[in-house]
Design a protein around this ligand. Sequence first.
Ligand code: NAD
Length: 393
Amino acid sequence: MNNQIIKVGIIGTGFAARFHMEALKRVYSAKINVEGAYSKNPEKLESFSKEYQIKAFDDIDNLFNVCDVVHICTPPVTHEPIVIAALKKNKHVIVEKPFTGYFGDQSENFSGDTFSREVGLEKTLESIKRMLDAEKNSKGLIMYAENWVYAPAIQKEREVIEKTDAQILWIQGQQSHSGSHSKDYGIWKLSGGGSLMGKGVHPLTAAIYLKHVEGISRDGKPIHPKTISARVHAITRMDTYKNEGHLKDTYTDIEDYASLHVVFEDGTIADIIASELVHGGVKNHLEIHANNHRTICNITPNNAMQTYNPVDENFHDIYVVEKTGTKQGWSNISPDEAWFNGYQHEMDAFYNSVANNTPIQSNSSLAADVMATIYTGYLSASKQGIELPITIF
Ligand SMILES: NC(=O)c1ccc[n+]([C@@H]2O[C@H](COP(=O)([O-])OP(=O)(O)OC[C@H]3O[C@@H](n4cnc5c(N)ncnc54)[C@H](O)[C@@H]3O)[C@@H](O)[C@H]2O)c1
């Protein structure tokens, strides 16, 4: 192991910053030290810094200056400028999903329902290019924090593909649950899209990643997505929706259902669903149909542990599983949800790459493929699902 201590900075001090800090406690492949944090919100910065006993920086550049690696745990609309600023200072960046996107013209009356999807795609492609160019001109590297890539089930499937020279024929994937609480999530100019962007990004990235792995393993180059046909719907926003209060319904101008059909360069396919319409906790699922095997990755729920609780209140202070509607009756209780989600694995892998120059599994090429696919998907959906070509960088 490289004995150099890698200096770490955290940008943003909300939900994601917290699970990054927890995952950093489980980095074993390198020696790291968190030098401090910066956030736009001084009160949150203060309480976060106190909680983790790290220095609070009131200037982002001062934090960049003392770090080797910066974690970008801020809202999606801020990713591009912060990534580029850090790369200009030759820092490595670990940037949360989604990589970038289209957040409108930031005018008061911008609506996610009515803007031109052509413009959304064009602006997203420009943003991706600026980020990739900044990486090319920097000594720093982009590490795309898509935890699904590092989830143990996905990494085990990588081993199966590499060691058996498997050809993946068809991938089915889904992330769905009963809806996001955050008001910001439902507003396009803050979120950059709905279910397709917020949820579909996870299984889509895992699917594209495994096709990259297959191509690199066999021919030394990734198999990229080639075309997409997509549909999106806003079911809970319909006048005819009969709201019984079990699903979140606070979305302003985003979709709550998306269905994608992706064709890869080699003619094989992936079908991805993302929605806010599913009861009973998060459904995080990826199924791989190959020429020589079939794998089902049950990230959530899985039956690693199951608990029957006759009285909901008995579990009032027990975390069961993400987004479950009730703790009463049988639960697929998760003994370590962060582990199944790959949070600690992704941080350890990133720092292993920084310390020992090992290849980054979730790199900027993967992030670029995913974002180009998503916004080509929005354009396809605006044309009732016609098949459209995806730009590859
Ligand atoms: N991989 C996952 O499972 C997962 C889960 C949740 C969130 N995320 C991603 O993490 C990112 C952050 O989401 P969150 O839920 O933590 O949001 P959050 O609102 O909880 O926290 C965002 C933080 O960023 C700060 N911030 C906002 N603008 C800033 C700026 N310009 N400069 C510096 N700080 C700024 C805010 O003050 C806040 O501290 C998003 O990209 C989100 O998609 C990923």
